[in-house]
Design a protein around this ligand. Sequence first.
Ligand code: TYD
Ligand code: MG
Length: 462
Amino acid sequence: MAKNSVSFSCSNCQHSSIKWLGCCPSCNEWNSFIEEKAHFSPVLGGKKTGTSRTATGELLPLKTLHEIEFSEQKRMLSGIAEWDNVLGGGIMPGSLLILTGDPGIGKSTLLLHVAHKLANNYSVFYFSSEESLEQVKNRAMRIDSIHDSLLFSDKANIEGIIHTSQERKPDIIIIDSIQNCFFSETQTFPGTVGQLRETSFALMRLAKEHGIAVIITCHITKEGHMAGPKTLEHMVDGVFYLQGEDRWHTRILRSVKNRFGALHELGFFSMTEKGMEEVPHINQFLLSESTAAAGAVLVSCLEGSRPLLLEIQALVVQSKFGVPQRVVTGLDHKRVVLIAAILEKYLFIKFSSQDIFVKVSGGIKLTESSSDLGIALALLSSYFQQALPEKSMALAEISLTGALKPINGIETQLKEAQKFGIKKIFVAAGQKTTSTSIKAFSSVYQLLSLFDDSPDQTIEQK
Ligand code: TYD
Ligand code: MG
């Protein structure tokens, strides 16, 4: 027989307890405990005949893969290539996707552009739970995105959203944002963990059972992660972050989870007076900012399937304090410290008495070890105050012994570099490549040959 019991859970962090508590021991939130009725149903078990039996006695139909009907689903393309590519070739019907990012980064603006374009071929409902209809109209007029097949509502009641969608069967619904939506029956504030879990689950059912693609926007925490319970990320088909760097007005759309496409795929946009514009030739844009001055080195990294040409800039100056400073943006701080230590050990350059500042152009975080050589050359170039040959690029890993190591999949990066007129590529000895414009080094000792004022190569014999 089914047994019902009462428990209490924190509406902020879902910590559960068998009795009501004034202050949550897990997240320290006051008055956050609400009563939950748990319903336990013992499973009766089933015979091994292709069916299973639950407590209600209902027989669930089970199918072999041959019996399951399958038709290739056509993805919904917006025509905004930077958006479509990141999603893996358009929106998959019946998928549940999340767009997250800092407040004011441009989530609503981007979605309005996308919705406007999609409305040419699909019916799209835009539920703006965060902003009034006047505010949405104001934005739509500003970015010139007015379309008769694009319908708006500013209601945040999730039952209403689901009922309307079931009745009117749009192809896509956009909910901006999920934190403001609520179930009228639940007695907690919108945006709490419990509400987020329930609303997302209901939207997932809507997406899967009715084949409606659902895109929701979601707030971000102080630490830069998507707000809400971890289950939210597991539940959805795709999580996309919109990030940006203020100075540039550049916005980067990045896929961190995508059941229907590649991970870490990037799309580039620029926030202008009239909304978000695509930046399809990002490398041209990135290179136009490069300086070819002392301390600057070009490197390349693969983001998703996209090769990016980036500039590492280093500034090495005599330290004025006892403890030298290491200020690093866009790179792992520890990697810069490690490479400086390798150079100090094998080239006898006293980086430990120098302040080191390193940054990467374009607000992109370089994580690949193929940029090791670029970091080393940027440090040396700033130290000797001598620029590297114009239109040169560095692509190699450096080991703790000071030896340079070849990298994998260099051809895509070399092809992109060639397109932009890069004349010389510094690589590790033994790097397999079809390119002829390379210069190979086997160890960090040999890097000194690139700088006139460096101590001569007698170091190598030491
Ligand atoms: P918005 O899309 O509302 O951000 P989010 O939904 O992520 O909170 O974007 C708000 C910012 O974008 C705001 O600072 C104004 C700026 N903006 C422009 O620069 N140009 C435009 O055309 C629009 C619509 C907004
Ligand atoms: Mg918004």
